[in-house]
Design a protein around this ligand. Structure first.
Ligand code: PEP
Ligand code: MG
Length: 583
């Protein structure tokens, strides 16, 4: 096949070279044909055999679960095994083959569609959820039947052959992305997605090259095709010529050498040329990420996205993590950070991080009942989390961060809930830090324009540029069709940022940036020039940002940044931001 190049959105830097591992939904490319009477028993056998194979697969996955795997994983596999044994799946499709003479794949898909339609009618949300399980089990059997893609769970960890694989999919949900955390792949390519979708953020946290918004990559790329992801350019080269391959291998080697050099900065304090100390913090999704944060020299956690403890639990009695389970996760994070501060953001659920995908009904979920709005509407869920965080605060330095606040009454209600949780703990004789600092995410333009409300009530601010850009520029951060409009350098964004940083400094309360802008080395000097002193980002970005800081002189940056704030022409802003890097 001739080589060709696909263009999309780069979400993670670096070069990946490997073979395509397609995660195409098997149901989409199923063949439909009628078989002759004489083929019926062979076709029945083929389906039975596939079902037995999947049973064995599930058993293998079950027995290979690591000891520290969350308990619900085992239950999740049990549910799938039960579904697979149910006559609705193990017998009815066989009857369809015998009576209607459908081929095995068609018979199976017909029955899965029929069951799914029945589940859509069910009132009970828990039962409705089981539809996804049935579909996943169906997918597994189909994959065995068609022999197209290896089931993901079959791919072991380790860096042998898998390190050479690049995952190609139409889309990967943040929950599915979690499955990749413990497996070694060299890159990701998806048809959908934007620069700051949560899927992209998780991909970046895995620190491997990824390209999203590739439109039809998953149908153009074939299983085992050789691929190069040029993460810096957002380009995927399919079946490259030997010459191109050699050039990229060379570039990859140079990048690896550069990374090694950066490794030497781990223990160096982040101090600018003029002697200003800058705080570099880590964004994490799970307590286990603290190891990477410390390894990169983070002086604390600036954003623990606690919602990742809640999502991806579908298939298992759709239960939320209990207070004790949450407490254990938060306590492990503070313990792992060994005295350094850990900022835990309360549940930021909704939009592209639904608790249960099936429950996503809002027409415009990014503007719907997400984050603090959800928590205030579900006081028991919120109180449970607040108690768990407060209890963990007895074991180390914890700060509470509240997402998506816009109204004074939301702040007041939230603070009242925190007091209520403290009272409950006092009554129960539980220890916690009574002085726990509470801060607000500034990620809705309304918040950035009413800072006195926040400064009066909160002990610190953290700017969530991902959502601030989404809401200010009115572009869905996960919609690849408007991804080209996602512009951190839009003057509106720069003004909201600079005003927030200045207001915090004037009032003497700390302000950090924890959105993706904080980890973009092209913007480090701009943010420093605006007066930012605290950056929170994925551990993988910390050393590169530190290098930028070590070479920055605030005395030179300030006047140049002030000039940028007076500039409105996009081309001129870009040119001036680039010039900051030459100072
Ligand atoms: C943000 O919005 O910038 C942010 C840090 O939060 P999240 O990306 O989790 O919405
Ligand atoms: Mg946000």
């Amino acid at each position: 096949m001739a080589s060709f190049t696909l263009h999309g959105i780069s979400v993670s830097r670096g070069i990946a070279i490997g073979r395509a591992h397609l995660l195409a939904p098997a149901a989409l490319d199923v063949q439909h044909y009628l078989i002759g009477e004489e083929q019926v028993e062979a076709e029945v056998y083929r389906l039975q055999h596939a079902i037995v194979t999947v049973h064995k697969e599930l058993q293998t996955i079950w027995s290979d679960l690591p000891k520290d795997a969350p308990a619900e994983l085992g239950a999740f596999i049990d549910v799938h095994a039960l579904i697979l044994s149910d006559p609705m799946i193990s017998d009815v499709p066989l009857d369809i083959i015998r009576n209607r003479h459908y081929n095995a794949e068609w018979a199976l898909v017909t029955q899965i569609d029929e069951l799914s339609a029945q589940f859509d009618e069910v009132e009970d949300a828990y039962l409705r959820e089981r539809k996804a399980d049935i579909q996943q089990v169906g997918e597994r059997v189909l994959k065995v039947l068609t022999g197209t893609a290896t089931a993901l769970a079959n791919i072991g960890s380790g860096d042998g052959i898998n390190a050479q694989m690049i995952v190609v999919a139409h889309d990967i949900s943040p929950a599915d992305m979690l499955q990749f955390r413990n497996r070694s792949f060299s890159g990701f390519v998806t048809d959908l997605g934007g620069q700051n979708s949560h899927t992209a953020i998780v991909a970046r946290s895995l620190d491997i090259p990824a390209a999203v918004g590739m439109y039809n990559a998953s149908s153009l790329i074939e299983q085992d095709d050789w691929l190069i992801i040029d993460g810096d350019a957002g380009v995927v080269i399919v079946d490259p010529s030997p010459l191109v391959l050699a050039q990229y291998r060379e570039r990859q080697a140079v990048q690896l050498r550069d990374r090694k050099k950066l490794g030497k900065l781990k223990k160096t304090p982040a101090i600018t040329v003029d002697g200003t100390e800058i705080t570099l913090l880590a964004n994490i999704e799970f307590p286990e990420d603290c190891a990477a944060a410390l390894d990169a020299g983070a002086v604390g956690v600036g954003l623990f996205r606690s919602e990742f403890l809640f999502i991806g639990r579908t298939g298992y009695a759709n239960k939320l993590p209990s207070e004790d389970e949450q407490f254990e996760s938060y306590r492990r994070a503070v313990a792992a950070m060994k005295g350094r501060p850990v900022t835990i953001r309360t549940l930021d659920i909704g939009a592209d991080k639904p608790l249960h995908a099936a429950e996503q009904t809002a027409l415009n979920p990014a503007l719907g009942l997400r984050a603090i709005r959800y928590c205030l509407a579900e006081p028991q869920i919120f109180l449970t989390q607040l108690r768990a965080i407060l209890r963990a605060s007895a074991f180390g330095r914890i700060k509470l961060l509240i997402p998506m606040l816009a109204h004074a009454f939301e702040i007041d209600q939230t603070l009242a809930m925190i007091e209520h949780a403290k009272l409950q703990l006092r009554d129960a004789g539980q220890k916690f830090d009574p002085q726990i600092p509470v801060g607000a995410m500034i990620e809705i333009p309304a918040a950035a324009l009413t800072l006195p409300l926040f400064i009066k009530r909160m002990s610190f601010l953290s700017i969530g540029t991902n959502d601030l850009i989404q809401y200010t520029l009115a572009i869905d951060r996960v919609d690849h069709e408007v991804a080209h409009l996602y512009n951190p350098l839009h003057p509106a964004i720069l003004h909201l940022l600079a005003n927030t940083i200045a207001a915090g400094a004037k009032a003497g309360i700390p302000v950090s940036v924890c959105g993706e802008m904080a980890g973009d080395t092209k913007l480090t000097r701009l943010l420093l020039g605006m007066g930012l002193r605290e950056f929170s980002m994925h551990p993988a970005q910390i050393l590169a940002v530190k290098q930028e800081i070590l070479n920055s002189d605030l005395l030179k940056l300030k006047p140049k940044t002030a000039k940028i704030m007076r500039t409105f022409e996009p081309a001129a802003i870009i040119a001036e931001v680039e010039q900051l890097r030459l100072l």
